[in-house]
Design a protein around this ligand. Structure first.
Ligand SMILES: NC(=O)c1ccc[n+]([C@@H]2O[C@H](COP(=O)([O-])OP(=O)(O)OC[C@H]3O[C@@H](n4cnc5c(N)ncnc54)[C@H](OP(=O)(O)O)[C@@H]3O)[C@@H](O)[C@H]2O)c1
Length: 383
């Protein structure tokens, strides 16, 4: 699978990235390179370690490098990272399937949390010592989506979170409210805000709505948490009865094993009367069944980017039930700020399926790809 197949788009978005700030001056050359465990630890001497995508072939092509800790330039923030989160996209980036024209020094991961260590000239929104996260598309502040936002896509077209100390674009950096724990804050800017945009900005979720969210991965479990906080009834699917039991314990109202019940769309419709909102977190491969699960006038939000199936989707009910279909890309900084407020107000805690130490990043990627867990896989940069 190449990048275009992964995204399922034309190269329009890539054009934005290539012509914009790709590289962005944020990729810094390493002073030395080593495999995990072999590198010098961070020290007061001003050096710190980062993981870089390397040759971008598979997870073991990731490289741990020691470099002189950079000073933040204009509109940049240096952050001591506490935790970062892995998403499906990061697997594609490390394998070279997603905007493959990046330098081997690119630092991956688009979500994390840390403490501001230094700020560059012109930075006013945050101060040294504050706990922060950063919008995934760091220049998308508010308003509607524009593919030009790929130009400053943290962990993809500019450096991301996978280092002990990293530089982030100040335009995306936001304070994390007290009461939001690090495990949760580390996952809001990727998975969390995607589910937030789908539910609150696109589908306008209301109490009593029936929300279907597919699988038990990062975006889907965030969908469960946000939809429950809004008073919705949540339907979830999974390949695993054990994961479904875990989701019920977290508040899921109706659960279906999609491996055992190939007709899961019709089953969900029969059992619930139809979903008003679908978070299509798999992609066009499950679209027909998702549409079978829909109530009249439902909104299907396309999130998952699996490639087109050989048999094209027939989109049952699209016309008869007047269904809406809308794709999204993550969310703006304003949406992230709204999510952080909701997380703090509702005491929401991310669903975490595994935590790995900073030197165990390759194992973390392998664990995430095996998908035996539910929720997010995190890197604890202090372990
Ligand atoms: N558009 C956007 O802005 C955006 C943002 C974030 C992610 N994404 C995309 O959204 C998708 C999910 O991302 P993620 O980070 O949440 O992934 P993830 O954490 O790796 O979760 C993947 C989960 O998908 C479930 N799954 C796989 N095939 C399925 C099927 N046929 N039916 C139902 N569930 C299925 C599995 O659940 P079980 O193990 O329970 O079976 C698996 O654990 C990816 O394609 C990613 O690229 C898009």
């Amino acid at each position: 699978m190449n990048r275009r197949e992964f995204l399922g788009t034309t190269a329009a978005a890539a054009g934005g990235a290539a012509s914009g700030l790709a590289g962005g001056g944020l990729a810094l050359a390493a002073t030395g390179e080593a495999t995990a465990g072999g590198a010098e630890a961070s020290s007061a001497s001003g050096h710190s370690r980062v993981w870089q995508v390397g040759a971008a072939g598979d997870f073991d092509t990731l490289r741990l490098a020691t470099r002189e800790t950079p000073r933040p330039g204009r509109d940049e923030v240096l952050v001591d990272v506490h935790m970062s989160g892995l998403a499906a996209r990061d697997q594609a980036i490390v394998r070279g399937w997603f905007l493959e024209d990046k330098p081997p020094t690119r630092i991956p991961l688009s979500e994390g949390v840390g403490t501001v260590a230094a700020v560059g000239e012109g930075v006013t929104g945050v101060a040294v010592g504050e706990r922060v996260t950063c919008a995934h598309f760091a220049r998308w502040i508010s308003g509607p989506w524009d593919p030009v936002n790929y130009a400053v896509d943290v962990g993809n077209t500019v450096d991301g979170w996978l280092g002990e100390r990293v530089l982030l674009p100040a335009s995306g950096v936001l304070r994390v409210p007290e009461g939001v724990d690090d495990r949760t804050a580390a996952t809001v800017s990727g998975s969390g805000v995607t589910a937030w945009q789908a539910l609150h900005e696109v589908a306008r979720v209301r109490a009593g709505d029936t929300v279907l969210t597919l699988g038990t991965g990062g975006v889907s479990t965030w969908g469960l948490l946000i939809a429950k906080a809004a008073g919705a009834r949540v339907v979830m699917t999974s390949s695993s009865d054990e994961k479904l039991a875990q989701m019920r314990a977290l508040g899921a109202d109706v659960t279906v094993n999609y491996r055992r019940h190939r007709d899961w769309g019709e089953r969900i419709h029969a059992e619930t009367g139809g979903a008003n909102i679908v978070l299509e977190t798999v992609g066009r491969i499950t679209l027909d069944r998702s549409m079978q699960a829909c109530a009249n006038n439902a909104m299907v939000v396309m999130i998952g980017t699996t490639p087109l199936p050989e048999r094209l989707p027939e989109m049952p009910g699209l016309y008869v039930r007047n269904l809406g279909l809308r794709a999204i890309s993550n969310g703006s900084r304003d949406m992230l700020a709204a999510l952080l407020r909701a997380v703090a107000a509702n005491g929401i805690e991310a669903v975490v399926g595994g935590v790995f130490g900073f030197e165990d990043v390759v194992a973390a990627f392998e664990y995430a790809a095996a998908a035996d867990h539910a929720g997010k896989v995190l890197i604890d940069h202090r372990l």
